[in-house]
Design a protein. Sequence first.
Length: 567
Amino acid sequence: MTREIEQIKDRLDIVSVVGEYLPLQKAGSNLKANCPFHNEKTPSFFVSPSRGSFYCFGCGAKGDIFSFVEEMEGLDFRGAFEFLAKKAGVEITKVSPQIRAENDRAILAIEEANIYFSGELEKNKDAHKYLLKRGLTEETIKKFSLGFAPAGWRNLKEYLTKKGFTEEEILRAGLIKKVDDAGENKEPYDVFRERIIFPLSESSGRVVGFSGRSMDEDTNPPKYLNSPDSKIFNKSEILYGLDKGKNAIREKDFSIIVEGQMDLLMSHQSGIKNTVAASGTAVTRAHIERLKKISPRILISLDADGAGVRAALRTATIALELGMEVKIAKLTGKDPAEIIEKNLEEYKNCLKSALPFIEFVLDIIMRETLDERARAKRIEKEIVPLLTLIQSAVERSHTIKKVSQKSGIPERALEEDTERFKRSKGRATMTTSENPKKEVKGDVVNQIERHAVGLMYAMEEGEKFALDIKDSFSFLTDVERSSMLLRYEPKREELVFEVENYYGNDDPIRASRNLEEVILNFKSDCLKKRLEAFVAGLSRAETAHDKEKAKEILMLIQETQKELNNK
C-alpha cells in the first residue's frame, strides 16, 4: 500500500484536491479559505503546496490529502485511499485486475438500472401520483433520481441484457436473483418489482445499490427491500442522503438521523438538509462511526411508535459509546414525514426541544414509574449503565446533576453507583474445564431471561422461527427492553448463536412448543417483578397516607394482575 500512497501523492497535489471542495485564495506561498470543519468568517484554513498539507489556526485541523478526504467524505482511511486512487488512476495491487473489472461492470449495470428505473417512473402515473401525494415535489423526485420498478418478473434483466450485460454481471450487481429451486429452464428474476426505487449512494455520490418501497404493503410485503450485500454494496454502512447532506451536517455541526427514505426526502425538501436515513434497516455502529467523522453531535428522530423508540434508544447507546453528544426528539406524530407534511414548524419544534439521551430515558422512567423506590431501582438499572458510557468527566458530572434534580436521588449516590458499575463491568466471565457453560457467581444466572434476550437479538438480525414471535415481547416497556438488551450486549453473538442452534436443529412442532413455554415463563417472571414493586409502593403510600398515589398504584396492580392471569 505504501507504494500506491506515494503514487497517489505524486499524481494529486493538495491544492487540486482541496480546491474541488473550497474556493482557495492566494496567501503568499500558501493558499487560504474558510475552514470547512468549523464556522468562521475570516479565513484561518491554510494549504501548503510545498508541504502537501493543510492546517487550520482556528480549530487545529491538520493533515494531508488523505485525512482531508476522510473528513470531507466521511470515510475511513481505506475509503479515502480507494477514493483518491481512483481519482489518480492508481491501481490498487491487492485487488486483481479481474475483480476490479468485474466490480466496474457491476457499477455500470447499477448506473444503467438507475436510468431504467427513472424512465419507468415517468411512464407510471400511479407511482408518480403516489410520490406527489406523499408531499414530494417534482424537483425532489428529480434531485434524488427516484424511480419505479414495474411488476414484471424479468423486465430489468431483459433491458440490461440488451445493453450488453451478461447474466453473471447482473447477478453480481444484485439486480436479479436465482430461483431457490432452480430447474433447467428457470431463469433468474428481478429483485425489485412493483416498487418505488430509491438509489443508494456512497458519500461520494456514486450509486451502489437500491432500496425499493412497496406502495401497497398488504399485497407486496416487505415494506422495504434493499439490494443484497455484495463486494460493492453493504447496507450496514450506507446511509441514505449522506452524499447530499454531509456539507450541511458539517455546517450545522450535527446530524439528524431518521428511519425511512420519505422522512429523509421531506426533511431535505423542507430545508433540513443535515439529515440522513437508515433506509429501512437497523442503524449500525458503522453508520454512526461514519457520521462521527463529520460531526460528533447527533440528533435521533426515529418513528414515534414502540419500535421506533426502541430503535432510537439502541442507536443512542451506540453513539454514546462512541463518545458522541446524543439527543432524541420526542415526535408528535407517527414519523417525521407525516409531521412535516402537516406542519413543518411543529417538526422543527420537535427537533429544537430534543432531550439529551439520558434525560430522555429518565423522563420515560419518571412517567411510567410512580413508586419512588421502584423508580430508584429502575434508575440504578437503566440510567447508571448509560452514565458510565459518557467519556467526558465534566459532561458525566453535569448529567448526574440533572438526574439528581429530576429524580431526587442524591448526586453522591449516583456517582458511587456509576463508579461501582464501571469497576464491575470489566470483570471477565470465568469458566472451568469441567463445566465450560457454568457462569461464575455474580454473573447473570436467569436462564429464561437470557434465552428471551437471545430471541430478541436474533429477531433483530432477521432470524425466522417456527412460531411467529414478533409481538411476543410487546408487554415490555421500551426502556425495559432497551435496558435488558444493553445489559446483555457483550454476550450478543453468543446468545444469538445459542438460539439459532437450539431451534435450528429441532423439529417445527417441538420448536414451537419450546418457544411458547420460554416466552410465557419470561412474561410471567417480568410481570411478577413488576407486581412486587407495585405492592411495595402501595404499602409505602398507605403508610404515608397518600391516598391519591395509593389509588394510582392500586390501578397499576390490578392491570398487572389481570395481565398476569391472562398470559
